[in-house]
Ligand binder design. Structure first.
Ligand SMILES: [Zn+2]
Ligand SMILES: [Zn+2]
Length: 320
């Protein structure tokens, strides 16, 4: 049944869609459950889904998706995290934490598995609900289109998003479920009042929103994204969250910006593994500090709130 030149149903990736979402939709459009599709389409006896497939899809799988859907290999690869290679991080082949990418399976039990973020309004407005690759980026904490905070779990039962598990155990279900429902409790992931993002500094949010829109477009017609500046932002996020590298910095930034002082948990985890709300808060302070670069940073250094040694540790070329 799946042996023809093209699969009987071969939906193309929707704008910005990630590979895992595209694969699940392709399975459903062919009237198959995800597990059967993996078995028939890729002759895989081993489990495809016990890894982060958007990061670690084998080349043969990408080639098969490309050939059997009539989508070029180049476009197929854009559905994976390799889209961000050389832009947000160096290489997907490196193991461990990728800079700016939220992990799906984690090293700290508190945040385990909450790496697939989503905008409930984007999810709801498509007739064929799908997930975007840009939603895996750790500074994508709000939707630039709907100006609401992203979500990373089911509001009803608290479970992480795992749309490939949606039919698991539902042997008698004939219709493929909508990908906008929770795999665990079956309730809608979009049926609640979203949280509007608070825009307390126009310039900060304008720049942030612009970067998110660039990610949404897959860098098409966007000019160059300043990778080094993003690296600096990342380093600032790490330092603001650290209780030892710059203990007074958060208080200093709150006084400068009138932002509330919010407790940042003292867990030793990468920035990408922090909760969505904590990341959003830290990013707000970091984006503010990087604005009008390097004026505010120089001021913070002069006030002994920030040490250049830590700030430029991995990006010496930006040091002024
Ligand atoms: Zn949205
Ligand atoms: Zn649920």
């Amino acid at each position: 049944m799946l042996s023809g030149k093209l699969w009987p149903a071969h939906p193309h990736p929707l704008p910005g869609e990630c590979l895992s979402s595209w694969m699940v939709r392709t399975a459903h459009h062919n009237g198959l459950k995800v597990q059967s599709f993996g078995h028939f389409a890729f002759n895989k006896r081993y489990e495809l889904w016990n890894r982060d497939i958007d990061r670690l899809a084998p080349e043969s799988l990408l080639e098969q998706m490309s050939v059997k859907t009539g989508v070029t290999l180049k476009e197929t690869k854009k559905t994976t995290l390799s889209l961000f290679e050389g832009r947000l991080f160096e290489s997907t082949s490196l193991s461990g934490q990728l800079r700016w990418i939220t992990p799906l399976k984690l090293y700290h039990r508190i945040y385990a598995g909450f790496g697939m973020q989503y905008c409930p309004l984007c999810l709801a407005e498509s007739t064929d609900a799908y997930y975007r690759i840009a939603w895996r980026v750790a500074f994508y904490t709000f939707c630039p289109k709907h100006l609401i905070l992203m979500e990373d779990r089911c509001r009803h039962c608290g479970m992480a998003v795992a749309f490939h598990r949606i039919e698991l155990g539902k042997y008698h279900q004939l219709d493929a479920p909508d990908l906008a429902v929770c795999w665990k409790c079956g309730l809608s992931l979009t049926d609640f009042t979203p949280t509007p993002v608070s825009i307390w500094h126009q310039n900060v949010h304008r720049r942030w929103k612009w970067k998110l829109a660039v990610l949404d477009r897959g860098f098409v017609n966007s000019g160059q994204i300043k990778t080094q500046r993003l690296n600096l932002l990342h380093q600032l996020c790490r330092i603001i969250a650290s209780h030892s590298l710059a203990p007074d910095l958060q208080q200093y930034l709150c006084e400068k910006t009138d932002m509330p002082f919010q407790h940042i948990s003292d867990v030793k985890v990468a920035f990408e593994q922090r909760s969505l709300s904590e990341r959003h808060y830290i990013l707000e302070l970091a984006w503010w500090l990087i604005e009008k670069y390097p004026r505010k940073i120089i001021e913070a250094i002069k006030c002994n709130k920030l040490r250049p040694h830590y700030l430029y540790k991995d990006i010496p070329s930006l040091r002024f």
